[in-house]
Design a protein around this ligand. Structure first.
Ligand code: PHB
Length: 387
């Protein structure tokens, strides 16, 4: 560590002499996030969580941040990744949000041996058949958050569902994981549709189709601005009155549930974090986020925070270069605001609890998350990963 600091200072003063002002930071972190497009709010929330972790560790001045906007587009994400690795020479990448972008950058990250802390994108393949020792996921896998809902819904009396999701990797994987588990538990999927990703504004035709199959429930994956539109339109269409809306819990994330308003009340979802968890670690986290950002944290804030904590712990363990950081990341351990977590050595995906929650109106009239059930220590089944 001392060696690195000295090395960095020597480099920095050389750079000052040669090319004017330069950063004296010891590490470069590349944020590969959507700062525009349907997932822009998610990207900023992850960034905020990461910065909170650096601040708590007193490391803000040691780290130079490089930020690039993926625009939620796989080719843009790959171009930005190439730039951050080859030109900026970042030590570690954090992101992306979209499963499509993760699929596009996977080979480049692996070939250039650049540690990537996945802070959202749930693409199952990245910790499955396309896993890599350089990719560690601290967020969730698409199947992990959805699979537990199959049994839970059958246990709670739901016999038939209609499913909807955006037509890209995350939508397909999340719905498939749920549908397989639901059918295995004895439920029936009476219909399904995938909506064009990033461009669907009007869900009316899909809602008509869902209604015509007369299911007990509708189960969806939508996130970001698509979730806001969907939840509002589901209510306005009149479906909510007799057909409960379920989904992966991103649908009513605390990040944007206020924009959904009363339409979100009664929606039930499963997720790896809700801000109402009653643990000392979560209470401290909620307080810290309220203080710094004046809002309730979401699953995205905690993912950014845990990406930051993993990076901090890897550095503290003595890792000084890309190879050492990649080796240290899967081994770090601490208690997250979301509960006990660890990285599965078989896949490099996080093992964590999945919480079933309902959006309700609290005593203060604000929307909040009521915990309905906890499925402990959910980890992916063997999935083709060889590390
Ligand atoms: C994904 O593309 O993997 C994804 C995006 C947004 C979410 C969850 C998953 O909230």
């Amino acid at each position: 560590m001392i060696k690195t600091v000295t090395g960095a200072l020597v480099c920095a003063s050389f750079a000052v002499a040669a090319a004017g002002p330069a950063s004296a930071a010891d590490y470069k972190v590349g944020m590969l996030l959507p700062y525009s497009g349907v997932y822009a709010a998610l990207g900023q929330d992850i960034d905020d969580g990461f910065m909170l972790a650096l601040e708590e560790a007193g490391m803000v001045d040691q780290v130079e941040m490089v930020r690039e906007d993926t625009e939620v587009k796989p080719p843009v994400g790959l171009a930005k990744t190439r730039k951050m690795v080859l030109e900026d020479q970042v030590d570690v990448l954090v992101g992306p949000v979209s499963s499509g972008v993760l699929g596009a950058v996977r080979d480049f990250v692996d070939q250039t041996k650049t540690p990537l802390i996945v802070a959202n994108a749930g693409n199952d393949a990245a910790t499955g058949e396309n896993c890599s020792p350089y990719i560690v996921r601290v967020s969730f896998s698409n199947s992990q958050v959805n699979r537990p809902m199959g049994q839970w819904m059958v246990d709670n009396g739901v016999k038939s569902v209609y499913t909807l999701a955006p037509d890209y990797a995350a939508g397909q994987q999340q719905i498939t994981a749920f549908a397989d588990a639901f059918k295995e538990a004895g439920g029936e999927v009476v219909g399904q549709e995938y909506t064009p990703f990033r461009t669907t504004q009007d869900f009316g035709p899909y809602l008509s189709q869902a209604q015509s199959t007369n299911p007990d429930a509708v189960y969806v994956f939508y996130a970001g601005s698509e979730a806001i539109n969907f939840v509002k339109q589901y209510d306005a269409f009149g479906l909510k009155d007799n057909t409960t809306l379920y989904g992966s819990g991103f649908l009513t994330s605390p990040l944007y549930v206020d924009a959904e308003g009363p339409a979100a009340i009664g929606v039930i979802g499963s997720l790896h974090y809700i801000p109402t968890l009653d643990t000392p670690e979560n209470k401290a986290f909620v307080e810290a986020v309220q203080k710094k950002y004046d809002r309730v944290p979401s699953e995205y804030t905690v993912q950014g925070y845990d990406a930051g904590r993993s990076f901090v712990e890897a550095i503290k363990s003595g890792a000084t270069d890309k190879e050492a950081i990649a080796k240290a990341l899967p081994t770090v351990s601490y208690t997250s605001p979301r509960g006990p977590v660890s990285i599965d050595p078989a896949t490099n995906n996080i093992i964590q609890n999945v919480y079933v929650y309902e959006t309700v109106e609290g005593d203060d009239g604000k929307l909040t998350q009521k915990l309905l059930g906890t499925v402990e220590n959910v980890k992916d089944a063997p999935n083709g990963c060889e590390l």
